[in-house]
Write a protein that binds this ligand. Sequence first.
Ligand code: LLP
Length: 415
Amino acid sequence: MRDPFCYVDDSLHCEDVPLADIAARAGTPSYVYSSRAILETYRAYDEGLAGIPHRICYAVKANSNLAVLALLAKAGAGFDIVSGGELYRVLKAGGDASSVVFSGVGKTADEVEYALREGIHSFNCESEAELALIDALAARLRVKARASFRVNPDVSAETHPYISTGLREHKFGIDIGEAESLYKNGSALRNVEIEGVSCHIGSQLLDIEPILEAVDKMLELVDRLRAAGIPIRSLDLGGGLGIAYRPDEQAPEIREFTARLREKVAGRDLFLILEPGRSIVGGAGVLLTRVLYRKCRPTKEFVVVDAAMNDLIRPSLYQSHHEILPVRRQNRGEILADVVGPVCESGDFLARDRKLANVLPGDVLAVATTGAYGFVAASNYNSRVRPPEILVENGSWRIVRARETCDDLIRGETV
Ligand code: LLP
């Protein structure tokens, strides 16, 4: 995959567009996404599975901007949602309800009803009680719901503890040992059609072996369920492929992953669903931020920038690493510093003890690989307006979500 962010004559570009131009006109902080990168990774999944019945259901939670969803909908993607709000976004972006799978451990009755009315493809159920609710609501609406259980294959995947999900002790899914009896009970429900099996073992996985191990366990389960007379049509493997956040990290090759999957599912008469999020949008985005001050404390140097933990929470929440690059490369040497934002918390940082370019106030920096779980997790903490989102497409750029204003901050409030 080509990196959409490259230097051309010491000026960092997104595709063919200088990021300095965007920062000058749209201001900072702002998120910038490359449509080319989003489509390239989506197509790597889709083309990698050509010949096998499949659908790539992009995980909306990673980046739910309408323009991003519209881009993927046009390319033929389906969607993996975890809330009624995400379904609303998908439909507003021109996505097709029949391409939507609904995941998540706590779907409310209102959300289930909304999804049934819109006719989504299927629910990934996380408990027997949830399936009973879906059955009851489908009866009331006189429709047939399609559902799979999210099964916990009990494989351990190395990642941050907050985003590892495939072990028994996690809140997600049903135990693989209990699956057969739950499926038997489920297939007796009058208003639910059993669709398939699903799993998702974790996120930011740099090694594909644990996912492939889960595939083997899921295929054994499919065989057992089919032998018990439960017709299983689809296998949904969730998302999880990681991206290289650090220069020394190696992301799994999507084509290698799809090739291994093909080998495993070929000839099994299964409709394969994948729910990638981060691997599609993560590397396609940067957060532009401007240096406000340099500040020297006796033991530390700080670069104070105009983006903060409310704009990008990943460093504070997961101690995650994001490369920080000057938008204009200059020969001023390097410094060792913490890059911090204006929020009143010691935990507000974008990088700690980081070697970076010797930047000066006014310089613009790009915080790399922030297209996934960046803007979507932004908040208004400290009454800071959320940044704009910008999409680069075919050599030009446009604002696809405006910078918030103070009126946005108080919308719905009364004295
Ligand atoms: N499917 C299910 C059921 C999921 O729970 C997730 C992510 C995905 C698909 C998409 O996974 P991906 O391909 O993006 O790894 N905020 C965290 C990540 C949370 C992931 C939650 N589930 C972060 O910033 O690293």
